[in-house]
Design a protein around this ligand. Structure first.
Ligand SMILES: NC(=O)c1ccc[n+]([C@@H]2O[C@H](COP(=O)([O-])OP(=O)(O)OC[C@H]3O[C@@H](n4cnc5c(N)ncnc54)[C@H](OP(=O)(O)O)[C@@H]3O)[C@@H](O)[C@H]2O)c1
Length: 179
């Protein structure tokens, strides 16, 4: 997220957020499962999930991966794509869900397994706000001015407690908040 709370520009492009610097390797070491499969392949890394075994994402998030030619962008995570317009996915690891994301999240949380990663985007994050237990916010030292917010939807103040904060040499901050 930028300093002013955006995850992408108004056209959905988040490519201006840099991968370079010391934050990338450190975050990848702690959360290897947040690396897309094709990126891991390119650097010869075998991903062993440490925190999450499931990804929840909105159709907007998934469309970015599809446009780039990755219909199963996180093959090491079972992936749920929320969409009322997209039909079933031919990918065995990707499930398209048209139902209420909160109900699906509650069902998954009640099951066995590791953590569930809400990958975004902002519209899905807005729909799942009440189901979030932990926020891991990677904040980049950039101001954008307009774009897609971290949480889209109605303005409802909700407090989260910061429990851990790491500042990298490149100016990126990773803060963990709990509800
Ligand atoms: N900076 C970052 O780390 C980061 C991370 C993730 C994403 N992003 C950016 O975020 C952008 C996408 O965000 P976004 O807010 O536009 O889209 P999004 O949240 O990824 O997806 C929105 C879509 O999800 C579906 N959806 C949302 N609520 C739903 C509900 N209640 N029930 C069923 N389906 C529901 C709808 O799909 P249908 O219209 O098909 O029904 C909706 O159009 C991308 O451009 C990406 O670049 C950035």
């Amino acid at each position: 997220v930028t300093l002013d709370g955006f995850i992408a520009d108004p056209d959905g492009d988040a490519g201006f957020l840099p991968w370079e610097g010391d934050h990338g390797p450190a975050i990848t070491a702690e959360y290897p499962e947040t690396l897309p499969g094709h990126v891991a392949d390119a650097i010869g890394m075998a991903i062993e999930p440490r925190h999450f075994d499931t990804l929840l994402c909105g159709r907007g998030f998934y469309d970015v991966a599809l446009r780039e030619g990755h219909p199963d962008p996180y093959p090491h995570l079972r992936t749920y794509v929320f969409s009322r317009t997209r039909g079933p996915s031919p990918e065995p690891n990707v499930t398209v869900v048209a139902d209420d994301p909160a109900a699906t999240a509650r069902e998954l949380k009640a099951g066995e397994g590791m953590g569930i990663w809400l990958g975004g985007g902002g519209t899905l994050a807005g729909a799942l706000r009440d189901e979030i237990d932990v926020l891991l916010i990677k904040r980049y030292p950039y101001v954008l001015g307009a774009g897609i917010s971290l949480f889209q939807g109605s303005p409802v103040p909700q407090r989260f407690e910061p429990v851990e904060r790491r500042v990298f040499e490149d100016g990126v901050e990773l803060t963990t908040y709990r509800r």
